[in-house]
Design a protein around this ligand. Structure first.
Ligand code: GCW
Length: 673
């Protein structure tokens, strides 16, 4: 049995119910469109909604205007039903947050394509999924329809998401079979009234797998025909199908390079097939080869030479950082390297490297840091946001942003009671990348818990500090990818793997002479040169490189003197210590607001915050005791004492797959006394 589920607060769930009742009784208006009325029982939704008689260009197809009428009631105006829906949700949000409509409000979404990526498999596992199993019960579809499908659509609509990729980028070819397309159709039909389009990840070798063709070469005429026919079939079943997401020639996935072709050849073949139907192809830039000396450089090396060769309905989907969703990365330099190619950012909402659903980490500050970063491609102001919005090269009609979801079938949707904030924040950011982290978390807390400032202020402060705390206890000073290979949960700086670039030592490079990845121009991999000036020099010079990325770009001796005057070794120890203390502090903050939260949610969060603080010490113990073998230096006596020896930690085995988060009682023993 499922207990009460909160989607961005019970209030939105209630809103969702009202939406359903009103969509069932939509009268026709004279323009021939359906008129979306909203909930007639709630005072705020007694407000009028009005489709505009003449198309208002400033609002476009999804924007809205809210104005008070003479009686002082708010009225939502839009060109489309989607606009009315977004406007009504906005009004609801204002109402829930106690904001009165005085002046006219005009809202238009920034990104055209605001898309969730599910890494869900047909067998119901979710790659890097920490909230139970997949929401999509493929074996029950198309016959049985779960209420969650529509709840999901409403929650997304309330934050402006307008597309969803249903399956994992490590794509099972079966998703393109008629059998599965009939299942996908059911979801597409449920999502359509909420202005959400369905997309699929495709397996590039599908022609071989599904039709026994001898090849999947994108220039082969039978292969091209197969894709054209397949796409025609898809659109005959789902007329507004959005298009495809593709992971090709990456981590064992097939791709055009298997046949001596380029990413452009592959992407264009699919793009040509979907073009007549208005579909798009999101082609991922997450590619790297095991033998490369610096994985961080590879996306630029592969995609820059292809600039200008992609069809206009191809969008290159770039992870925020050049390596892989680490708690802090510099922005991917590819955002500033293409001129004639559409690009979009891929953020990770699921916390693969940020403590899964055991840790409370509010991610908006991390994404905003990326979007606000200046690439300097066309001088100052060429931010990642401006690049991906198409403002730098004038290709705004292809602006897009993707978030790898943290949604599963767990009762609270995201595994941690506070992790819905990240789903919410992603949607709000895709709608308006200028919104501050403060505003978004405030909104979410007020709608989800209470508007009482005695609750909202301390909890917002805690959540706003959480990402930086996680950086401090998992990757101080830019030290990246020290994760255990077991599910990327917890530390494993000593771990070995089948590929060098899957081993932490490839990244930390700890040795007697120091630590860090030398990416400088003179002695290192020269990854700095993929950044435009003034960043190139800023990162290249150890004196000017910001502390938080110093070990990302430099290999430094253990006794290197930091800007603080401390040795590098001590700076690492004290940064960890700050992370540990901050994580401990979160427990106290949460305890101080106990009376504002129901016992069920209070208890769940409390238990996890305790584990988070313990994990922070575990991270410090593992990394610093391991590095101590090389540095031969002592952990300062005013830092938290290690609770395990290096040997004990090395012997500890976490047995989890890539589809789950560890149970709290399966983690190493730690005490917070
Ligand atoms: O971060 C890595 C993950 C893989 C993932 C891959 C990708 C879906 O460890 O699980 O595969 O990135 O983004 O393709």
């Amino acid at each position: 049995m499922r207990i009460v589920k909160y989607v961005f607060g019970l209030s939105v769930a209630l809103m969702a119910m009202s939406l359903q009742s009103c969509t069932q009784a939509r009268p026709e208006n004279k323009s021939g469109h359906d008129l979306w009325l909203g909930d007639i029982t709630s005072p705020v939704f007694a407000a009028n909604k009005k489709l505009l008689d003449n198309y208002d260009k400033t609002l476009g197809d999804e924007g809205f205007r809210i104005k008070n009428n003479q009686k002082g009631d708010a009225v939502v105006y839009a060109n489309t039903e989607a606009g009315l829906m977004y406007g009504t949700y906005h009004l609801k949000r204002l109402y829930d947050c106690g904001v009165k409509v005085d002046d006219e409000i005009v809202e238009v979404p920034a990104y055209k394509y605001r898309i969730l990526n599910h890494w869900d498999n047909p067998n119901l596992t979710v790659e890097r999924g920490y909230a139970g199993k997949s929401l999509w019960k493929w074996e029950e579809l198309p016959g049985k329809i779960r209420p969650e499908y529509e709840e999901y659509a409403r929650a997304n609509a309330s934050i402006g998401i307008n597309g969803t990729v249903l399956n994992n980028v490590n794509a099972d070819p079966c998703m393109l079979t008629r059998e599965y397309l009939e299942k996908v159709k059911v979801l597409a039909d449920i999502f359509r009234p909420y202005n959400i389009k369905v997309y699929l990840s495709l397996n590039f070798a599908a022609p071989k797998h599904l039709a026994n063709l001898k090849t999947s070469d994108p220039l082969d005429k039978d292969v091209i025909k197969w894709w054209n026919d397949k796409v025609a079939e898809i659109y005959s079943i789902i007329p507004d199908f959005g298009g495809f997401l593709v992971k090709a020639n990456s981590e064992g996935q097939s791709g055009p390079q298997d046949y001596g072709r380029t990413h452009a050849d592959g992407a264009n073949m699919i793009a040509d097939a979907v073009k007549p139907y208005g579909g798009i192809v999101m082609w991922r830039a997450f590619v790297y080869a095991a033998e490369s000396p610096d994985r961080a450089k590879q996306a630029v090396e592969e995609f820059k030479p292809l600039d200008g060769q992609f069809r206009d309905n191809v969008i290159i989907q770039i992870k925020n950082g050049p390596v892989d969703f680490q708690p802090r990365e510099p922005f991917s330099p590819l955002f500033g390297q293409l001129e004639h190619t559409n690009i979009m950012a891929e953020m990770q909402i699921t916390q693969e490297y940020l403590g899964h659903s055991n840790h409370m980490v509010y991610l908006h500050p991390m994404w905003k840091e990326c979007l606000d970063s200046d690439t300097y491609q066309k001088g100052k102001g060429s931010t990642v946001a401006a690049e991906t919005l198409g403002k730098v090269h004038g290709n705004t009609e292809w602006s897009a942003i993707a978030g790898v979801t943290n949604i599963g079938d767990s009762v609270n949707w995201c595994g941690h009671q506070l992790a819905q904030a990240n789903w919410y924040a992603f949607g709000r950011m895709a709608w308006n990348p200028d919104l501050s982290s403060e505003q978004i978390i405030d909104e979410w807390l007020m709608q989800t818990f209470t508007t009482d400032r005695k609750f909202v202020e301390p909890v917002a402060k805690m959540m706003l500090a959480s990402r930086e705390a996680c950086v401090k206890y998992e990757m101080p000073l830019g030290l990246h990818h020290c994760f255990s290979g077991a599910g990327h949960y917890g530390p494993g700086p000593w771990d070995r793997s089948s590929r060098p670039d899957w081993e932490p030592a490839y990244y930390h490079k700890a040795a007697a002479d120091g630590i860090g990845f030398d990416r400088t121009s003179k002695t290192g991999s020269d990854a700095v040169s993929q950044y435009h000036e003034p960043l190139r020099s800023l990162y290249d010079n150890v004196e000017t490189c910001p502390d938080e990325l110093i070990l990302w770009f430099h290999h430094l001796p253990w006794d290197y003197k930091m800007k603080s005057g401390r040795t590098l070794w001590n700076e690492l120890c004290y940064t960890f210590e700050d992370g540990i203390q901050e994580a401990r502090g979160f427990i106290g903050t949460w305890e101080s607001v106990e009376k504002y939260v129901d016992p069920y949610r209070y208890g769940q969060v409390h238990e996890k915050l305790i584990r988070q603080a313990k994990d922070a010490i575990w991270w410090r113990d593992a990394l610093m005791l391991y590095f101590q073998q090389y540095s031969k230096m002592e952990i300062p006596s005013d830092c938290t004492k290690p609770q395990h020896t290096l040997d004990e930690l090395r012997r500890f085995r976490l047995r989890i797959s890539n589809y789950e988060t560890p149970a709290l009682d399966k983690l190493p023993d730690y005490t917070l006394e």
